[in-house]
Design a protein around this ligand. Structure first.
Ligand SMILES: NC(=O)c1ccc[n+]([C@@H]2O[C@H](COP(=O)([O-])OP(=O)(O)OC[C@H]3O[C@@H](n4cnc5c(N)ncnc54)[C@H](OP(=O)(O)O)[C@@H]3O)[C@@H](O)[C@H]2O)c1
Length: 343
Protein backbone atom coordinates (compact mmCIF):
# COMPACT_ATOMS: atom_id res chain seq x y z
CA UNK A 1 0.00 0.00 0.00
CA UNK A 2 0.99 3.67 -0.21
CA UNK A 3 1.40 5.68 2.97
CA UNK A 4 2.99 8.82 4.42
CA UNK A 5 5.41 7.25 6.86
CA UNK A 6 7.39 9.33 9.34
CA UNK A 7 10.87 7.80 9.64
CA UNK A 8 12.20 11.06 11.07
CA UNK A 9 10.23 14.12 12.15
CA UNK A 10 10.14 16.74 9.39
CA UNK A 11 10.92 20.47 9.44
CA UNK A 12 9.05 21.22 6.23
CA UNK A 13 5.78 19.57 5.15
CA UNK A 14 7.15 19.26 1.59
CA UNK A 15 9.27 16.39 2.94
CA UNK A 16 6.10 14.32 3.37
CA UNK A 17 5.82 12.00 0.38
CA UNK A 18 3.88 8.74 -0.09
CA UNK A 19 5.92 5.57 -0.29
CA UNK A 20 5.31 1.80 -0.48
CA UNK A 21 4.73 0.25 2.94
CA UNK A 22 3.77 -3.33 3.90
CA UNK A 23 0.33 -3.81 5.47
CA UNK A 24 -0.84 -7.16 6.88
CA UNK A 25 -3.86 -7.12 9.20
CA UNK A 26 -4.05 -9.47 12.19
CA UNK A 27 -6.92 -11.97 12.35
CA UNK A 28 -8.77 -9.89 14.97
CA UNK A 29 -8.47 -6.64 12.98
CA UNK A 30 -10.55 -4.96 10.32
CA UNK A 31 -8.87 -4.14 7.02
CA UNK A 32 -10.12 -0.82 5.66
CA UNK A 33 -9.58 0.77 2.28
CA UNK A 34 -9.35 4.45 3.10
CA UNK A 35 -11.36 6.81 0.91
CA UNK A 36 -10.82 10.01 2.94
CA UNK A 37 -8.49 11.22 5.70
CA UNK A 38 -8.92 14.34 7.83
CA UNK A 39 -6.22 17.01 8.13
CA UNK A 40 -5.94 18.10 11.76
CA UNK A 41 -3.85 20.29 14.01
CA UNK A 42 -2.61 17.14 15.74
CA UNK A 43 -1.25 15.77 12.42
CA UNK A 44 0.62 19.05 11.90
CA UNK A 45 2.28 18.59 15.30
CA UNK A 46 2.89 14.83 14.92
CA UNK A 47 4.71 15.36 11.60
CA UNK A 48 7.15 17.72 13.34
CA UNK A 49 7.42 15.83 16.65
CA UNK A 50 5.88 18.77 18.52
CA UNK A 51 2.96 16.99 20.26
CA UNK A 52 3.21 15.76 23.85
CA UNK A 53 2.40 12.24 22.57
CA UNK A 54 5.62 12.28 20.52
CA UNK A 55 7.57 11.88 23.75
CA UNK A 56 5.90 8.61 24.61
CA UNK A 57 3.14 7.13 22.48
CA UNK A 58 3.94 8.24 18.92
CA UNK A 59 7.58 7.87 17.88
CA UNK A 60 9.09 7.17 14.41
CA UNK A 61 8.65 5.08 12.44
CA UNK A 62 4.88 5.56 12.21
CA UNK A 63 2.31 6.32 9.53
CA UNK A 64 0.93 9.82 9.92
CA UNK A 65 -2.79 10.69 10.08
CA UNK A 66 -5.38 10.16 12.80
CA UNK A 67 -8.89 10.23 11.33
CA UNK A 68 -10.35 8.51 8.29
CA UNK A 69 -13.35 7.05 6.52
CA UNK A 70 -13.40 4.11 4.14
CA UNK A 71 -14.79 0.69 3.35
CA UNK A 72 -13.92 -2.55 5.13
CA UNK A 73 -12.12 -5.07 2.92
CA UNK A 74 -11.63 -7.82 5.50
CA UNK A 75 -12.97 -8.52 8.99
CA UNK A 76 -12.86 -11.21 11.69
CA UNK A 77 -15.64 -13.85 11.63
CA UNK A 78 -18.94 -12.55 13.09
CA UNK A 79 -17.72 -8.96 12.92
CA UNK A 80 -20.30 -6.16 13.07
CA UNK A 81 -18.44 -4.68 10.09
CA UNK A 82 -18.47 -7.28 7.28
CA UNK A 83 -16.45 -6.50 4.14
CA UNK A 84 -18.06 -3.67 2.20
CA UNK A 85 -19.22 -1.71 5.29
CA UNK A 86 -18.63 2.03 5.22
CA UNK A 87 -16.82 3.04 8.42
CA UNK A 88 -15.20 6.11 9.92
CA UNK A 89 -12.90 6.33 12.85
CA UNK A 90 -9.80 7.38 14.60
CA UNK A 91 -6.48 5.53 14.57
CA UNK A 92 -2.89 6.44 13.87
CA UNK A 93 -1.95 5.68 10.26
CA UNK A 94 -4.77 7.20 8.23
CA UNK A 95 -2.58 8.90 5.58
CA UNK A 96 -2.48 5.64 3.67
CA UNK A 97 -4.49 3.73 1.12
CA UNK A 98 -5.28 1.02 3.72
CA UNK A 99 -5.33 0.66 7.48
CA UNK A 100 -5.72 -2.25 9.95
CA UNK A 101 -7.76 -1.33 13.02
CA UNK A 102 -9.62 -2.85 15.93
CA UNK A 103 -13.41 -2.82 15.73
CA UNK A 104 -13.52 -0.34 18.61
CA UNK A 105 -11.67 2.25 16.50
CA UNK A 106 -14.50 2.67 14.01
CA UNK A 107 -18.21 3.44 13.74
CA UNK A 108 -20.53 2.81 10.80
CA UNK A 109 -20.89 5.88 8.57
CA UNK A 110 -24.41 7.27 9.23
CA UNK A 111 -26.50 6.49 6.14
CA UNK A 112 -27.23 10.19 5.51
CA UNK A 113 -23.50 11.06 5.33
CA UNK A 114 -20.90 10.52 2.63
CA UNK A 115 -17.53 9.12 3.68
CA UNK A 116 -16.06 12.62 3.24
CA UNK A 117 -18.61 14.04 5.68
CA UNK A 118 -18.03 11.28 8.25
CA UNK A 119 -14.29 11.81 7.93
CA UNK A 120 -14.70 15.55 8.53
CA UNK A 121 -16.45 14.82 11.80
CA UNK A 122 -13.96 12.11 12.74
CA UNK A 123 -13.27 12.03 16.47
CA UNK A 124 -13.88 15.80 16.86
CA UNK A 125 -17.56 15.29 17.63
CA UNK A 126 -16.90 12.89 20.49
CA UNK A 127 -14.01 15.03 21.77
CA UNK A 128 -16.12 18.18 21.84
CA UNK A 129 -19.05 16.30 23.35
CA UNK A 130 -16.87 14.95 26.19
CA UNK A 131 -15.30 18.38 26.73
CA UNK A 132 -18.57 20.29 26.88
CA UNK A 133 -20.88 17.79 28.51
CA UNK A 134 -18.79 15.53 30.76
CA UNK A 135 -15.98 17.87 31.80
CA UNK A 136 -17.72 21.22 31.25
CA UNK A 137 -21.12 20.13 32.61
CA UNK A 138 -22.88 22.41 30.11
CA UNK A 139 -26.58 22.86 30.86
CA UNK A 140 -29.56 23.96 28.76
CA UNK A 141 -29.94 27.76 28.75
CA UNK A 142 -26.33 28.45 29.78
CA UNK A 143 -24.00 30.70 27.82
CA UNK A 144 -20.88 29.07 26.36
CA UNK A 145 -17.95 30.78 24.63
CA UNK A 146 -16.17 28.69 22.00
CA UNK A 147 -12.54 29.69 21.44
CA UNK A 148 -11.15 28.12 18.26
CA UNK A 149 -14.72 28.13 16.96
CA UNK A 150 -13.72 27.81 13.30
CA UNK A 151 -11.56 24.69 13.74
CA UNK A 152 -12.47 21.02 13.52
CA UNK A 153 -13.24 20.78 17.25
CA UNK A 154 -14.87 24.22 17.34
CA UNK A 155 -17.45 23.60 14.61
CA UNK A 156 -18.54 20.46 16.43
CA UNK A 157 -18.60 22.26 19.81
CA UNK A 158 -20.89 25.00 18.42
CA UNK A 159 -23.40 22.46 17.09
CA UNK A 160 -23.33 20.24 20.19
CA UNK A 161 -23.86 23.23 22.50
CA UNK A 162 -26.79 24.43 20.39
CA UNK A 163 -28.27 20.93 20.23
CA UNK A 164 -28.37 20.69 24.03
CA UNK A 165 -30.05 24.09 24.33
CA UNK A 166 -27.09 26.27 25.31
CA UNK A 167 -26.51 29.77 23.93
CA UNK A 168 -23.32 30.04 21.92
CA UNK A 169 -20.79 32.83 21.45
CA UNK A 170 -18.16 32.04 18.82
CA UNK A 171 -14.90 33.97 18.84
CA UNK A 172 -13.39 34.24 15.36
CA UNK A 173 -10.48 36.17 13.87
CA UNK A 174 -12.31 37.74 10.93
CA UNK A 175 -15.47 38.94 12.69
CA UNK A 176 -19.09 38.37 11.83
CA UNK A 177 -18.87 39.56 8.22
CA UNK A 178 -15.84 37.47 7.24
CA UNK A 179 -15.93 34.03 5.60
CA UNK A 180 -15.30 32.23 8.88
CA UNK A 181 -17.72 34.42 10.83
CA UNK A 182 -20.51 33.67 8.36
CA UNK A 183 -19.71 29.97 8.54
CA UNK A 184 -20.02 29.77 12.35
CA UNK A 185 -23.31 31.69 12.14
CA UNK A 186 -24.65 29.21 9.59
CA UNK A 187 -23.96 26.28 11.91
CA UNK A 188 -25.75 27.93 14.81
CA UNK A 189 -23.62 30.44 16.77
CA UNK A 190 -25.97 32.99 18.41
CA UNK A 191 -23.29 35.66 18.70
CA UNK A 192 -20.02 36.10 16.77
CA UNK A 193 -17.24 38.19 18.29
CA UNK A 194 -14.04 39.27 16.53
CA UNK A 195 -11.37 38.37 19.06
CA UNK A 196 -8.75 40.48 17.34
CA UNK A 197 -10.62 43.67 18.16
CA UNK A 198 -9.86 45.70 21.33
CA UNK A 199 -11.87 44.86 24.44
CA UNK A 200 -13.39 41.82 22.74
CA UNK A 201 -13.84 40.09 26.09
CA UNK A 202 -16.11 42.99 27.16
CA UNK A 203 -18.26 42.38 24.08
CA UNK A 204 -18.59 38.71 25.05
CA UNK A 205 -19.78 39.70 28.54
CA UNK A 206 -22.18 42.30 27.13
CA UNK A 207 -23.81 39.65 24.96
CA UNK A 208 -24.80 37.58 28.01
CA UNK A 209 -27.67 38.27 30.42
CA UNK A 210 -26.98 41.46 32.36
CA UNK A 211 -23.37 41.45 31.17
CA UNK A 212 -22.47 38.80 33.73
CA UNK A 213 -20.37 36.73 31.36
CA UNK A 214 -20.52 33.15 30.14
CA UNK A 215 -21.04 30.06 32.28
CA UNK A 216 -18.51 28.01 30.31
CA UNK A 217 -15.52 28.57 28.03
CA UNK A 218 -14.44 25.80 25.66
CA UNK A 219 -10.83 26.67 24.84
CA UNK A 220 -8.96 24.88 22.05
CA UNK A 221 -6.52 27.73 21.36
CA UNK A 222 -4.89 28.46 24.74
CA UNK A 223 -6.45 31.73 25.92
CA UNK A 224 -7.27 31.14 29.58
CA UNK A 225 -6.66 34.77 30.73
CA UNK A 226 -9.19 35.94 28.14
CA UNK A 227 -11.50 33.11 29.10
CA UNK A 228 -11.44 34.26 32.72
CA UNK A 229 -12.37 37.81 31.62
CA UNK A 230 -15.32 36.41 29.66
CA UNK A 231 -16.62 34.22 32.50
CA UNK A 232 -19.20 35.10 35.13
CA UNK A 233 -18.55 34.44 38.82
CA UNK A 234 -18.12 30.66 39.33
CA UNK A 235 -17.66 30.20 35.59
CA UNK A 236 -15.85 27.17 34.20
CA UNK A 237 -13.10 26.83 31.61
CA UNK A 238 -12.35 23.56 29.80
CA UNK A 239 -8.89 23.54 28.24
CA UNK A 240 -8.67 21.22 25.23
CA UNK A 241 -5.79 22.63 23.19
CA UNK A 242 -3.28 25.37 22.48
CA UNK A 243 -3.68 25.89 18.73
CA UNK A 244 -2.83 29.61 18.94
CA UNK A 245 0.18 29.42 21.21
CA UNK A 246 2.91 28.24 18.82
CA UNK A 247 4.33 26.04 21.58
CA UNK A 248 4.69 28.88 24.12
CA UNK A 249 2.43 28.27 27.11
CA UNK A 250 0.40 30.96 28.85
CA UNK A 251 1.28 32.24 32.34
CA UNK A 252 -2.02 32.85 34.13
CA UNK A 253 -2.44 35.28 37.04
CA UNK A 254 -4.02 32.99 39.63
CA UNK A 255 -5.57 35.81 41.66
CA UNK A 256 -8.04 36.20 38.75
CA UNK A 257 -9.03 32.57 39.13
CA UNK A 258 -9.71 33.13 42.84
CA UNK A 259 -11.48 36.48 42.47
CA UNK A 260 -14.02 35.06 40.05
CA UNK A 261 -14.20 31.62 41.67
CA UNK A 262 -13.33 30.05 38.32
CA UNK A 263 -12.88 26.31 37.73
CA UNK A 264 -10.22 25.51 35.13
CA UNK A 265 -10.16 21.89 33.95
CA UNK A 266 -7.99 20.20 31.34
CA UNK A 267 -9.42 17.56 29.06
CA UNK A 268 -7.48 14.93 27.13
CA UNK A 269 -9.76 12.64 25.12
CA UNK A 270 -7.05 10.10 24.23
CA UNK A 271 -5.74 9.78 27.78
CA UNK A 272 -9.30 9.45 29.12
CA UNK A 273 -9.75 6.56 26.70
CA UNK A 274 -6.51 4.88 27.79
CA UNK A 275 -7.40 5.20 31.49
CA UNK A 276 -11.17 4.72 31.34
CA UNK A 277 -12.55 3.49 27.99
CA UNK A 278 -16.08 3.74 29.39
CA UNK A 279 -15.76 7.56 29.34
CA UNK A 280 -14.86 7.52 25.66
CA UNK A 281 -17.79 5.19 24.95
CA UNK A 282 -20.15 7.58 26.73
CA UNK A 283 -18.81 10.58 24.77
CA UNK A 284 -19.34 8.71 21.48
CA UNK A 285 -22.79 7.58 22.56
CA UNK A 286 -23.89 11.09 23.50
CA UNK A 287 -22.52 12.53 20.28
CA UNK A 288 -23.98 9.84 18.00
CA UNK A 289 -27.36 10.43 19.64
CA UNK A 290 -27.21 14.02 18.38
CA UNK A 291 -26.13 12.80 14.92
CA UNK A 292 -29.10 10.41 14.77
CA UNK A 293 -31.40 13.27 15.80
CA UNK A 294 -30.10 15.22 12.78
CA UNK A 295 -28.49 17.93 14.92
CA UNK A 296 -24.96 17.68 13.53
CA UNK A 297 -23.80 18.90 10.15
CA UNK A 298 -20.25 18.06 9.00
CA UNK A 299 -18.25 21.11 7.93
CA UNK A 300 -15.77 20.43 5.13
CA UNK A 301 -13.29 23.11 4.08
CA UNK A 302 -13.69 24.06 0.41
CA UNK A 303 -10.01 23.42 -0.48
CA UNK A 304 -9.53 20.43 -2.82
CA UNK A 305 -6.91 17.93 -1.71
CA UNK A 306 -6.71 14.89 -3.96
CA UNK A 307 -4.36 12.02 -3.15
CA UNK A 308 -1.70 11.55 -0.49
CA UNK A 309 0.58 13.80 -2.56
CA UNK A 310 -1.59 16.79 -1.62
CA UNK A 311 -0.99 16.40 2.13
CA UNK A 312 1.87 18.98 2.31
CA UNK A 313 -0.37 21.63 0.70
CA UNK A 314 -3.27 20.76 3.01
CA UNK A 315 -1.06 21.03 6.11
CA UNK A 316 0.40 24.35 4.87
CA UNK A 317 -3.12 25.74 4.36
CA UNK A 318 -4.00 24.69 7.91
CA UNK A 319 -0.83 26.24 9.31
CA UNK A 320 -1.47 29.50 7.43
CA UNK A 321 -5.04 29.51 8.83
CA UNK A 322 -6.69 29.48 5.42
CA UNK A 323 -8.73 26.38 6.24
CA UNK A 324 -11.85 26.25 8.40
CA UNK A 325 -13.96 23.34 9.64
CA UNK A 326 -12.13 20.18 8.63
CA UNK A 327 -9.95 19.79 5.54
CA UNK A 328 -10.39 16.39 3.94
CA UNK A 329 -7.87 14.51 1.81
CA UNK A 330 -9.52 12.39 -0.90
CA UNK A 331 -7.48 9.22 -1.10
CA UNK A 332 -9.68 7.02 -3.29
CA UNK A 333 -13.05 7.42 -4.95
CA UNK A 334 -16.27 6.75 -3.09
CA UNK A 335 -18.79 5.36 -5.59
CA UNK A 336 -21.97 7.38 -6.11
CA UNK A 337 -21.47 9.83 -3.25
CA UNK A 338 -21.32 13.58 -3.45
CA UNK A 339 -20.63 15.96 -0.59
CA UNK A 340 -23.60 17.91 0.62
CA UNK A 341 -21.87 19.79 3.38
CA UNK A 342 -19.57 22.24 1.68
CA UNK A 343 -20.63 25.38 3.51
N1 LIG B 1 -7.70 17.67 24.34
C1 LIG B 1 -7.88 16.78 23.38
O1 LIG B 1 -8.25 15.64 23.63
C2 LIG B 1 -7.63 17.19 21.97
C3 LIG B 1 -7.98 16.35 20.90
C4 LIG B 1 -7.75 16.80 19.59
C5 LIG B 1 -7.17 18.04 19.38
N2 LIG B 1 -6.80 18.80 20.45
C6 LIG B 1 -6.18 20.12 20.27
O2 LIG B 1 -7.21 21.06 20.09
C7 LIG B 1 -6.71 22.15 19.31
C8 LIG B 1 -7.67 22.41 18.17
O3 LIG B 1 -7.73 21.28 17.33
P1 LIG B 1 -8.53 21.33 15.96
O4 LIG B 1 -8.48 19.99 15.39
O5 LIG B 1 -9.82 22.00 16.17
O6 LIG B 1 -7.57 22.32 15.14
P2 LIG B 1 -7.88 23.10 13.78
O7 LIG B 1 -8.98 22.46 13.05
O8 LIG B 1 -6.57 23.30 13.12
O9 LIG B 1 -8.42 24.51 14.31
C9 LIG B 1 -7.56 25.37 14.98
C10 LIG B 1 -8.36 26.50 15.58
O10 LIG B 1 -7.45 27.34 16.28
C11 LIG B 1 -7.54 28.65 15.79
N3 LIG B 1 -6.20 29.26 15.74
C12 LIG B 1 -5.09 28.77 15.16
N4 LIG B 1 -4.06 29.63 15.31
C13 LIG B 1 -4.57 30.69 15.97
C14 LIG B 1 -4.00 31.92 16.44
N5 LIG B 1 -2.71 32.22 16.24
N6 LIG B 1 -4.81 32.78 17.11
C15 LIG B 1 -6.11 32.46 17.32
N7 LIG B 1 -6.70 31.31 16.88
C16 LIG B 1 -5.93 30.44 16.23
C17 LIG B 1 -8.09 28.53 14.40
O11 LIG B 1 -8.74 29.76 14.12
P3 LIG B 1 -8.62 30.47 12.68
O12 LIG B 1 -9.68 29.82 11.85
O13 LIG B 1 -8.88 31.90 12.93
O14 LIG B 1 -7.26 30.20 12.19
C18 LIG B 1 -9.06 27.38 14.55
O15 LIG B 1 -10.28 27.82 15.07
C19 LIG B 1 -5.31 21.77 18.89
O16 LIG B 1 -4.40 22.38 19.76
C20 LIG B 1 -5.27 20.26 19.07
O17 LIG B 1 -3.97 19.78 19.33
C21 LIG B 1 -7.05 18.41 21.73
Amino acid sequence: MKAIQIDEFVKDFSELRPKDVQCQCKSNQLGVQITHAAVTHVDMLYAQGLHQNNRRHVKPPFILGNEFAGTTTSSPPNSSFPPGTRVFGSALGSYATHICVSETAVKPVPSQWTNAEACAVGASGAISYGGLMDVGNLQRGQWVLILGATGGLGVMAIQIAKAVGARVIAAVADGEAGEKGRMVRRIGADVVVDFQGKEWEGRVREATDGGEGVHLVYDSIGAVESGIRCCRYRGRIVIVGFAARGGEMEMVKMNRVLLKGISVVGYRFGEDGRRDPEKTKQAWKGFMGLVEAGKIRPVIYSGEYKGLESLPRALEDLKERKAWGRSVLRISEEAGQTDKSRL
